[in-house]
Design a protein around this ligand. Sequence first.
Ligand SMILES: Cc1cc2nc3c(=O)[nH]c(=O)nc-3n(C[C@H](O)[C@H](O)[C@H](O)COP(=O)(O)OP(=O)(O)OC[C@H]3O[C@@H](n4cnc5c(N)ncnc54)[C@H](O)[C@@H]3O)c2cc1C
Length: 323
Amino acid sequence: MSLFLVLEESRGRISRASWEAFAAALCLGPAQDVTAVVIGAETEALAGEAATKGVGKVVRVEHPLLARYTADGFCLALHQLIQSQSPTQVVFPHTYQVRDYAPALACKFGQVLIGDVIGIEEGPVFTRQLLQGRLTGTYRHSGNGPCILSVQAGAFRADTSNAKASAAPAPIAIFRPALDAAQIRTKPGAPFRSAPQTVDLSSAQRIVSVGRGIQSAENIPLAQAVAQALGAELAASRPICDNGWLPMERQGGSSGQTVAPRLYLAVGISGAIQHLVGMKGSQCVVAINKDPNAPIFEVADYGIVGDLFEVVPALMEALNAVQ
Ligand SMILES: Cc1cc2nc3c(=O)[nH]c(=O)nc-3n(C[C@H](O)[C@H](O)[C@H](O)COP(=O)(O)OP(=O)(O)OC[C@H]3O[C@@H](n4cnc5c(N)ncnc54)[C@H](O)[C@@H]3O)c2cc1C
């Protein structure tokens, strides 16, 4: 059995989502069966990084036409690689880029992309969420082509800190696909660069998230203060951002960012399903809510039933006392 893990670059490094996909791949087979794939015009540095993380092998898929992402270029190049090496499974992080080209890649093998997987059981049986997380569905691969899947951000815990600095780096091979400029139907523009103030909640280790229980924009500094005391990023439920009390980039949930911090402190958040799907990968959830039946308590590791305007100042006092 061989397993491909297609890695993605972010700011010159392999993205965190890619290592989460590696964690998912380890549910399918041992690390030595995993071949990490990096794609581009010049992938030496990324391949070098990947080789030290415990995978069995690294393949650099290189061509000048892959210098910038295009769906056609990536799809054609990976199609040729998969045809030549016949892996049984191909695992991707479920990023915007992967959503763009992986379904077409799967089609080339008479398959569908099993997208946004949140769980893998023996079989393998893959779990996905349906209807905004209200239902979950289970899927098995069938047919002759490779099983192609993508993994939801935050669903598997990336072990980037101790992502094995293996004794010897994995061997690195180069695969040069045959590509012709005429096959690439889109012309890539300059890569999107997020504005410097843009918040990346997905990589935050601590998050304080504030909901409608905060009552008004004037009270947001209360949540800001507790976030600062905890060294946490400030996030919010959708109504807070819809009201303009915090910028949209701070929204967590199905239509906001998916987060997986070590600590998620939910302040005055009810725990609607659209909110939960974006934060259920958190390691430790602490919820403050005055309603003991609030759904957020179903996912909370620690629940504080009380008025946030009393609980948060008391928490601040306790934090200040230990600092
Ligand atoms: C298509 C779609 C997409 C959506 N996407 C998202 C999304 O990405 N993210 C998201 O968050 N939502 C999303 N929503 C909205 C979601 O359904 C909920 O409406 C929203 O999450 C509720 O936000 P909330 O918990 O802050 O507010 P509420 O549901 O109003 O809850 C406020 C909570 O605060 C508590 N409270 C009130 N006063 C206090 C107090 N003094 N002290 C302590 N607790 C108090 C209440 O008991 C209550 O539980 C989406 C909805 C749809 C239809």
